[in-house]
Design a protein. Structure first.
Ligand code: PLP
Length: 458
């Protein structure tokens, strides 16, 4: 084991962490967990503490930790060809093979995949392509993008604007003007409690229509959404939502970008979330599960309809002026190829469906009647427990009480990692897709114990 006692100090002195309370971290008031090894669904820190990681890192280690096949593929790629770029038609065996493997798994109406590095940059790419698309079509006014409150699409300038969570906007001068937000498809937090799910979905579609009418359809290029709200609270769409939304977009010639960064590559118990929910996207964003985070890689999958216009555009205006040095990086691509092979050979998509259903049911059985559990929800290998101060009046806890961070900390003390979702008292779960039923039982029982511990000592 590493015995460098300086690490903890260096971490506070030198390392600026993402999504962290900078002052508390620097002062040593919050934990700095230094993770050292991992295998299957477990991580171990340098003090020897072992945790069942029920959030798979940041819902990304779909195949589980420590897969030697992926490590070998990365090492072999690094030895043979660590890097070559993909500009001006260059490729590598790994990047071309991965493109083919992704397209073999994508819905039939999709045409090509462009590779980036992470989900945020993939969404930046998507918006640029949408703008290019409408300029080529002679529609230079049609540029605004509609996203949803509580959507998460990254934290770049544009992707952070698309995100609909205040933490990612405040003091950053975001969102940018080109981005509009519409109603969040979050049935549990609806304002009008008398609405059925179907009525609420119809309201979401009506609100979207109203926004389009107000702005003018001729100014709106695309609608971006996760098939299932992820970071905003792990909220499956209400009944009839996608059936109500898609015709509105089609009627107004608005492209649909399905952000599959979380839902792609098996997490829903199906390869992608779009077919799972009957969505027909024009562009799909992929990242996380594409390589199970063994190396950074993302992608934009482009439909035949959009591709044709892009192709025509380059015939008219020359090469596409877009790309990163590391687009389609061979090491990421080699990790992706090995990862997708394992996803198939270990039947992990099926396990996400079956064990995910077991996990969600077990969580509901253990907690649904609890006085402070407002809702247990999920789909595939995704689950959320939303806590409320009062179930009958649906009163939410004062965020200052930090109920969920306390519960999650209590769970970690008991050896299970879950995520306190950023907005609301919501405990989130997105374990590796190889989770076993026994591990699911552990996550459920530790959750129940931690909730009891924190809520009873209030
Ligand atoms: N889109 C979705 C749906 C995500 O959940 C995330 C990250 O969690 C992103 C985009 C951004 O991806 P990244 O953090 O790799 O930039």
């Amino acid at each position: 084991m590493l015995t460098n006692d300086q690490l903890s100090k260096w971490d506070r002195d030198s390392f600026m962490h993402p999504s962290t309370h900078l002052a508390q971290h620097a002062r040593g008031e919050s934990p700095n967990r230094i993770v050292q090894t991992a295998s299957g669904c477990h991580i171990t820190d340098r003090d020897g503490n072992r945790f069942l990681d029920a959030f798979a890192g940041l819902y990304c280690v779909n195949i589980g930790y420590g897969r030697q096949e992926v490590a070998e593929a990365i090492a072999e790629q690094a030895r043979e060809l660590a890097y070559y770029h993909a500009y001006v038609g260059h490729g590598t065996e790994a990047s071309i093979t991965l493109a083919q493997m992704v397209m073999d798994r994508a819905p039939d109406h999709m045409s090509k995949v462009y590779f980036g590095l992470g989900g945020s940059d993939a969404n930046e790419t998507n918006i640029k392509l949408v703008w290019y698309y409408n300029n080529i079509r002679g529609l230079p006014q049609k540029k605004k993008i509609i996203s949803r409150w509580r959507g998460y699409h990254g934290s770049g300038l544009m992707s952070g604007s698309l995100t609909g969570l205040s933490l990612f906007h405040q003091k950053f001068d975001l969102p940018l003007d080109a981005v509009l937000h519409t109603t969040s498809p979050y049935y549990f937090r609806r304002d009008d409690l008398s609405l059925s799910e179907a009525e609420f979905s119809a309201k979401c579609a009506a609100d979207l229509e109203e926004l389009i009418a107000r702005e003018g359809a001729g100014t709106i290029a695309a609608f971006i959404a996760e098939p299932l709200l992820g970071t905003g609270g792990i909220v499956p769409p209400p009944a009839g939502y996608w059936e109500a939304i898609q015709p509105v977009l089609q009627k107004h010639d608005i492209l649909l970008i399905a952000d599959e960064v979380v839902t792609g590559f098996g997490r829903m118990g199906s390869m992608f979330g779009s077919p799972h929910y009957g969505i027909t996207p024009d562009i799909m964003t992929i990242a996380k599960g594409l390589t199970s985070a063994y190396a950074p890689l993302s992608g934009s999958i482009i439909s035949n309809k959009v591709w044709k216009v892009l192709e025509d555009g380059t015939d008219e205006f020359g090469p596409l002026g877009h790309g990163w040095t590391y687009s389609a990086h061979p090491i990421g691509a080699a990790a992706g190829v090995a990862n997708l092979k394992l996803l198939d050979s270990l039947n992990l998509v099926e396990n996400a469906r079956d064990t995910g259903a077991y996990f969600n049911q077990a969580m509901r059985t253990a907690l649904a009647e609890h006085a402070q559990v407002g809702e247990v929800r999920g789909d595939g290998m995704l689950c959320a427990v939303e806590l409320v101060e009062d179930r009958d009046t649906r009163t939410f806890f004062d965020p200052a009480k930090k109920i969920t961070p306390q519960i999650v900390a209590e769970m970690a003390r008991r050896g299970v990692i879950a995520r306190a979702m950023p907005q609301g008292d919501i405990i989130g779960y997105a374990p590796p897709l190889c989770l076993s039923r026994e591990e699911a039982d552990t996550v459920v029982s530790v959750t129940a114990e931690a909730i009891k511990e924190v809520l009873e000592r209030r």
